[in-house]
Every structure is written in C-alpha cells, then in structure tokens.
Write a protein of this length. Sequence first.
Length: 126
Amino acid sequence: MNGNDSRRDRQEASGAATGGDLSGRLQRLGAKLEARRPAPPPSPAQRASSSDPSGLARAFRASSEFIAGVIVGGGLGWAFDKGLGTSPWGLIVFLLLGFAAGVYNVLRSAGLPAPTARVGDVAKPD
C-alpha cells in the first residue's frame, strides 16, 4: 500500500468511464460514416444480368442500319438490271456495295472509324 495504489485506482476509475464513453462515441462515429459512405458499384456479373435498354437500342439501330444498307443495295442493283438488262451483274455489284455501306454505317454508329486529318487541316492551339 504505497502512494501509487491510490493513483492507480483513480486512473482505473477514470479509464473505465472514459473507455465506455469512447467506445460509445466510436460506435456513433462508425454509424455516421457508414451512412455517408457511397454504395459500391455493381460487379460486372450484376451489370450483365440486368437489361440495358440503351445497349439494346444501340444493337437494334446497328442491325437496322446494316440490313437497310443491304436492302437498298439489292434494290438498286435489281432496278439497274431491269433498266439496262444486265442481269445478274448489277444485282451482284450493288448488293456487295450495299453490304459494304451497311458495315460502314454500323462502324460509324459505333464510333470506330476515327476522323482522319486532311492535308489542308491545321491544328488550332488551345
């Protein structure tokens, strides 16, 4: 029983009160942080399972542009053959041209062919 016993008793008593108060404050702070934390982004598997209307719309647009190119090319070839009597060469040539135009339209709507710089173009400084 020396003088350190009374000091230790006071520290334990104050530590118990402070420790309980700190743990309560820590729990409240954790709850506030959890409420403010943004929701995690969905995983790729979750995104793939849900339907994406804009992706579906883009797919329908791409397929309709391709089919339209082939049909227009075939129609022009058929009309060319009927008018000039060059059957089946006009149909074959214009059908191939329509196929190429349909592929180009699909690529253009997807944004794949990057615009190329021409000889007269000058880059403007920002």
